[in-house]
Design a protein around this ligand. Sequence first.
Ligand SMILES: [Ca+2]
Ligand SMILES: [Ca+2]
Length: 188
Amino acid sequence: MSRSPTGLARAAALLILLAAAAAPAAADWAHVDVECESYTNSLNIAGTAIGGYQCFGASGGWMVEGVDSPGEWIELEVTLPQNRVYTDSLALQAPMGFPGIVRLTVYNPDPHGIDFMTYHEFTGAGFGCGNPILWIPGDSTLPLSADTYTIRIEHVEQAATYLDLIRFAWDDTPARVTTLGRVKALYR
Ligand SMILES: [Ca+2]
Ligand SMILES: [Ca+2]
């Protein structure tokens, strides 16, 4: 049995199409960053007062100091551009060798209820300029619609925390859908 050149070309095209459909798409992560020093509200209970801490090594040149007692928090606004499953990470510092936990809560503005929480568990590597700023991922994902949210970052346990930046990231890989109609079209 022989195939016409056109038939061979169609078969080759089909194989290429199927290979493309089967190949895993490389992740293309997009993100939105919010500087912690842009906080709009805060609660200080004890210890050092909450305020800006200037440091050339920090994102935007500033961090937030004084989030050092359980129950203390800062609040910020973030606008998420798409309906996505987001991951969040916090850039922070804490005293060398001290463990700590910070909770991030996402409030839907209307109605103003709690939508999601993630916990960030870390061990400090020193704080102040010249010490590393750690990226600590949240412990769960955040399926959120495109909207403006209030974010609360709250001290839960132990180590004093210097807060630098929040990053919300999502996989922005374009969908590559191969429909049955496209495959059939090759044989018409
Ligand atoms: Ca404090
Ligand atoms: Ca910052």
